[in-house]
Design a protein around this ligand. Structure first.
Ligand SMILES: [Zn+2]
Length: 135
């Protein structure tokens, strides 16, 4: 048996679905319109599927028409971090969870006011907490 560089991955592989694992740990992208949340307007909070960190809220979610959940701002400053992603011959800003480093999606400078940003996030990286049930 060889040493593994990232022992926690084995645990995650059991806890997450293959798609959740691919997106958050391997930087994958789900097919557009395939996820659970791209069209959702239910009031609530979107949490990191890996660590439960609050990432986004329904109040900053909008319909970008891309087939992925889109937000113009994170739930709180510092909830997510970005870094330059040069894969596929493109320059993009990759978005990941500031707490656990899970890959979430990308951010693009073509969003609505007031930020002008579009956080294009995979449903598979998110867990949803419904606020509506308290009445
Ligand atoms: Zn996380």
């Amino acid at each position: 048996m060889k040493d593994r560089k990232h022992p926690p991955d084995e645990d995650l592989a059991r806890r997450l679905t293959p798609e959740q694992f691919n997106v958050t740990q391997e930087g994958g992208t789900e097919r557009p319109f395939s996820g659970r949340y791209h069209a959702s307007k239910t009031p609530g909070e979107y949490l990191c599927v890996v660590c439960g960190n609050e990432l986004f809220r329904s109040g900053e979610k909008y319909d970008s028409g891309t087939g992925w959940p889109s937000f113009w701002e994170p739930a709180v400053e510092g909830a997510v971090e970005t870094r330059q992603d040069l894969s596929f011959g493109q320059v993009r800003e990759e978005v990941h969870c500031a707490n656990c480093g899970a890959h979430l999606g990308h951010v693009f400078p073509d969003g609505p006011r007031p930020t002008g940003l579009r956080y294009c996030i995979n449903s598979a990286a998110l867990d949803f907490r419904d606020e509506g049930e308290r009445g």
